[in-house]
Ligand binder design. Structure first.
Ligand code: 6GU
Length: 248
């Protein structure tokens, strides 16, 4: 997969050199290219923003600069087809594991994170006539810019690429992964030593009884979900639990 990021803060994307995403880049699974938006300015001050039409606070990112930048990035991938454009914005649709899976299937993503009050609307409207465009929010809070969202989305997508996680099974019980545990958060996990600060391990985990262990994990996941995310309990399918238990 190829990922391009156009930003006025290229340094903000340095974490893409670290850990899972950094390793995927070194191995060639992921081709990440970070570009400074100001490369496509023409004035002495490298202006990327201007005052909003209709008045109001803040500044709006200029369409001409973004247009040149996105055209140049697209041209650098001649023959690869059109990329999917991802625009992080608090007014986008919610980023979910489902969208991460959808984006992980694309050969090429271009991220356009905004600062200030956002990008001139005509940019999104223009590219949407030729490219697939996803306006995405990573949660119900406001960040100073979309760069942190690019890090979040890239990590969620990269770990789904074939060969990036050491163990394909690692996906299976993920909170929000499809299957019998869909819509449940993961319960607690334990490792050695068996006693730490006088705290032991739940007996069932030492029993070697795989069916009982799976059932216990499901119950713990349910308990945790009810406590932290009652909204997810509403969505879950009791028939999936029965099927899960019959498989044990
Ligand atoms: Cl994607 N951008 C900004 N600026 N704020 C956010 C966000 C994105 N998602 C949630 N809050």
């Amino acid at each position: 997969m190829r990922i391009d990021v156009v930003t006025i803060f290229p340094e903000y994307l340095e974490p893409l050199n670290v850990s899972l995403v950094g390793k995927a880049r070194v191995r060639g699974t992921l081709d990440v290219r970070v570009h400074d938006l100001r490369e496509w300015t023409h004035d002495r001050h490298n202006t990327v923003d201007d005052t909003p039409y209709g008045g109001g606070p803040g500044m709006v990112m200029k369409p001409d600069v973004w247009g040149e930048a996105l055209d140049a990035v697209a041209a650098s991938g001649e023959g690869e087809g059109a990329p999917a454009l991802v625009v992080p914005t608090p007014s986008g649709r919610s980023f979910t594991q489902e969208l991460a899976v959808e984006l992980a299937a694309k050969p090429w993503l271009v991220f356009a994170p905004a600062r200030y009050e956002g990008i001139d609307r005509r940019v999104i409207d223009d590219y949407a006539t030729r490219w697939e465009v996803h306006e995405v929010s990573i949660g119900d809070y406001v960040l100073a810019g979309g760069e942190a969202a690019v890090l979040v989305i890239t990590e969620a997508v990269a770990r789904l690429l074939p060969g990036v996680l050491g163990n394909a099974e690692s996906h299976r019980d993920d909170s929000f992964a499809p299957g019998a545990m869909a819509d449940l958060l993961e319960g607690p996990v334990y490792t050695k030593p068996p006693v730490w600060r006088e705290r032991g391990i739940p007996e069932v985990l030492l029993s070697g009884h795989h069916g009982r262990i799976a059932r216990w994990r499901r119950d713990e996941a349910f308990r945790r979900t009810a406590a932290h995310r009652p909204d997810l309990i509403e969505r879950c399918d009791p028939a999936a639990f029965d099927k899960h238990d019959r498989a044990l």
